[in-house]
Design a binder for this molecule. Structure first.
Ligand code: HEC
Length: 170
């Protein structure tokens, strides 16, 4: 049997390398896709759409994904003023993935934003949520601006009526 010459070795080697490169690329694509799926799942299951996607609650979640997280014009009026579920697509456009992670872990906002829950989320979960939100496309317009407590918001809004103060507590 004749020994393969070095040229043939190199050919084998490059075929093997091509094979591994192809495998690695296929792997990357799978990871990206599953990251987005996990990000989508987390956004949905942790309830971000409930307040950050217009109509999501009344339509029982039947809002197409191309409308998700663009903010809501429905106000939340309470002793803190009137707040609006912000446009999260716009929020992440201004942030790198690392900046999003640190914002999500430290932010405080007015009610009814459950920032105390967001602060507790794992870094890995926050990263895939960021990638999913970035993948949603056209960010659209900002949600209406915050209004102070003494200003009645235009409808639609939900009002939080607090109990009267306890006698003697004033
Ligand atoms: C019960 C309603 C509600 C839910 C659920 C909710 N948010 Fe919010 N969120 C708000 C409101 C209202 C604001 C605006 C608060 C303010 O004006 O201070 C806000 C603000 C934010 C902000 C700050 C945006 C900015 O421009 O400063 C981020 C980021 C955010 N929410 C992310 C999330 C994520 C991620 C989830 C899901 C894990 C979530 N929110 C779930 C109501 C909600």
């Amino acid at each position: 049997m004749r020994r393969p010459n070095p040229f043939e070795y190199r050919q084998y080697l490059s075929i093997i390398l091509l094979f591994f490169t192809a495998m690695a690329q296929a792997g990357d694509t799978d990871t990206d896709k599953s990251d987005l799926e996990r990000g989508r799942y987390l956004v949905m299951a942790t309830g971000c759409n409930d307040c950050h996607t217009a109509g999501y609650g009344v339509l029982e979640g039947q809002v197409p994904q191309d409308q998700w997280l663009k903010g809501d014009v429905q106000g939340w009026w309470g002793p803190w003023g009137t707040t609006y579920g912000s446009n999260l697509r716009l929020f992440v456009v201004g942030l790198s993935e690392d900046q999003w992670v640190s914002a999500a872990k430290t932010m405080k906002r007015r009610p009814p934003m459950p920032w105390f829950n967001l602060n507790q989320m794992n870094e890995d979960d926050l990263r895939v949520m960021y990638r999913f939100i970035r993948s949603l496309g056209d960010p659209g317009e900002p949600a209406p601006a915050y209004l102070p407590p003494d200003q009645e918001p235009p409808p639609p809004y939900a009002r939080f009526v607090m109990p009267p103060p306890e006698p003697g507590s004033e």
